[in-house]
Ligand binder design. Structure first.
Ligand SMILES: [Zn+2]
Ligand SMILES: [Zn+2]
Length: 508
């Protein structure tokens, strides 16, 4: 019964995220504005049928002003309900310099155009139940900077880590995500050099502006609410930037739709290579742009310089050149379509230490192995859920609840889901992804089992199926809590030829 309920909820989440983006040809000819608007509007499932073309010369909404300061890099268009902002999220300042906790990603231009543009509500509505970013929105952007660079929650998807304090951000408050997508995590106050203080530095995705440290008229900011906002001198609600948490909007005063842990809808980043690993000890010290299509990131490791040089390819991929401290060069090319390859240069440190030696094999080899995982006849083999129950018991009360398990699944999904489409594609689970979580290594080792329909994509439903079945088995009295005693009672699966972890849709 409970499983059935959950299955439906998970399914609807998948349906909601299954809308595929079909980027339009990047033809900005004015006569093409109409279809562009209509498509964007219908994709967002809004009733914004009234379309205003540029030739009508209506007054641009006020929300467009800060973004227009960054044309032609940033393009805006609008209809009755929304301002649409297009950019490639590559700001015109140096990137990555100053990062001391680096995951080896670099900035690549993103296709935030056409129906994959950013969307700012022009008529924000005060939320009945305002949602805090302390416990929500760990995926995706919560605001958009005036220069077209998205701003993500300052807290990472583990719900704890402050990216700024953790050394993950460059001197402009940004870094690249798993899709090599550059974004900020704190207020982009440097944009005030271009904007002045009378214009907001960003817009939150609920439609309210985010100003700098002062009021637009230069006066001191008084009494902010828990989201860094208040009714300003002009009588309207707005947020402010702060130099400490929450830095930007600490949640949404206005209405937004939350789906799979992020504001929905929102554009998707497109990665060209598998996720890379953290490189412990690396410090990024240099950023160079030898020409309009080439970039170079210099980092030190043990005081010696290494470089990641890369050139954008005309078809959308990139060619990477990893230069180590001895001048040795390794190259990798990604065509931007298959996103295949080993990904990431440099050292492969911090490799997750699996409990069993036979799991730690090179990827190509493990892919060819049977999907059954470790030797089923190993008498020491324990059910996965039993081994990891303590890690997943987030409130540390000694019992694992169904909610805690589902939270773990969602965290793992977010960790692997580089392109933010709510599912894990082969290139994502082959990358490092969320392997730090209890479920992370399991995903990699059991990807074929988890992917029930064999389409090389693990949906949230598929990711949930096996852990939920194990949970059912552990939770002998069916009270949605698995206690230490219940885990102790759990049989080791070796007597059943190791097959009981095999998947199948939850019994309905
Ligand atoms: Zn980030
Ligand atoms: Zn104010």
């Amino acid at each position: 019964m409970l499983i059935k309920k959950f299955g439906i909820a998970a399914l609807s989440a998948i349906v909601a995220t299954a809308i595929q983006a079909h980027p339009l040809e990047s033809d900005r000819n004015e006569s093409h504005n109409l279809p562009l608007y209509v498509l964007a509007g219908s994709l967002m499932a809004q009733a914004d049928t009234k379309v205003i073309s540029v030739s009508d010369k209506p007054k641009a909404p006020q929300a467009a002003l800060p973004f227009q300061k960054f044309t032609p890099h940033v393009q805006t268009r609008f209809n009755e309900n929304f301002l649409y902002v297009e950019s490639n999220s590559m700001p015109d300042h140096p990137m990555m310099v100053g990062i001391t906790a680096w995951q080896q990603q670099v900035p690549l231009p993103q296709p935030y155009t056409g129906d994959n543009a950013w969307r700012i509500p022009l008529h924000p509505v005060v939320a009945k139940n305002p949602l805090s970013a302390k416990s929500n929105f760990f995926r995706g952007a919560i605001a958009l900077a005036a220069n077209g660079v998205p701003i993500f929650n300052p807290i990472k998807n583990d719900g704890r880590t402050d990216t700024f304090l953790a050394g993950e951000l460059d001197e402009y408050g940004g870094h690249s995500g798993r899709g090599d997508d550059y974004h900020y995590h704190i207020a982009p106050l440097h944009l005030q050099e271009t904007l002045g203080q009378a214009l907001p530095v960003a817009y939150a995705l609920d439609g309210y502006p985010i100003y700098g440290l002062e009021e637009p008229d230069g006066s001191r900011v008084e009494s902010l609410d828990r989201f860094n906002g208040h009714i300003g001198p002009d009588g309207g609600y707005h947020y402010h930037s702060t130099k400490t948490y929450p830095y930007i909007n600490g949640g949404f005063h206005g209405e937004v739709v939350q789906k799979d842990g992020q504001v929905d809808p929102q554009p998707r980043a497109k990665g060209v290579r598998p996720a890379t690993r953290p490189l412990r000890g690396a410090k990024i010290i240099g950023w160079n742009q030898p020409d309009s299509q080439s970039y170079s990131v210099e980092y030190t490791l043990g005081r010696r310089s290494h470089f990641v040089n890369y050139t954008l390819l005309p078809e959308g991929g990139a060619r990477f050149e990893f230069v180590d401290d001895k001048g040795q060069v390794t190259t990798e090319t990604y065509d931007g379509k298959s996103a295949r390859g080993s990904g990431g240069g440099g050292n492969r440190e911090n490799r997750e230490r699996p409990p069993r030696g036979d799991r730690d094999r090179p990827r190509a080899e493990s892919e060819e192995r049977s999907p059954r995982g470790p030797d089923p006849n190993d008498p020491n083999r324990q059910p996965w859920i039993k081994v990891h129950a303590k890690e997943m018991d987030t409130n540390e009360d000694g019992t694992l609840t169904r909610e805690e398990l589902v939270a773990e699944v969602e965290k793992t999904l977010a960790g692997y889901d580089a392109n933010n489409d709510g599912a894990i594609q082969a290139k994502e689970y082959q990358g490092r992804g969320g392997s730090r979580s209890a479920l992370g290594g399991f995903v990699k080792q059991h990807s074929q089992e988890l992917d029930q329909n064999g389409d090389t994509t693990i949906t949230k439903d598929e990711l949930l199926a096996v852990p939920l079945r194990m949970f059912q088995k552990a939770d002998a009295n069916n009270d949605r809590k698995a206690t230490a005693e219940e885990f102790a009672q759990m049989r080791s699966p070796q007597t059943k030829k190791g097959r009981e972890d095999r998947t199948g849709p939850p019994k309905q």
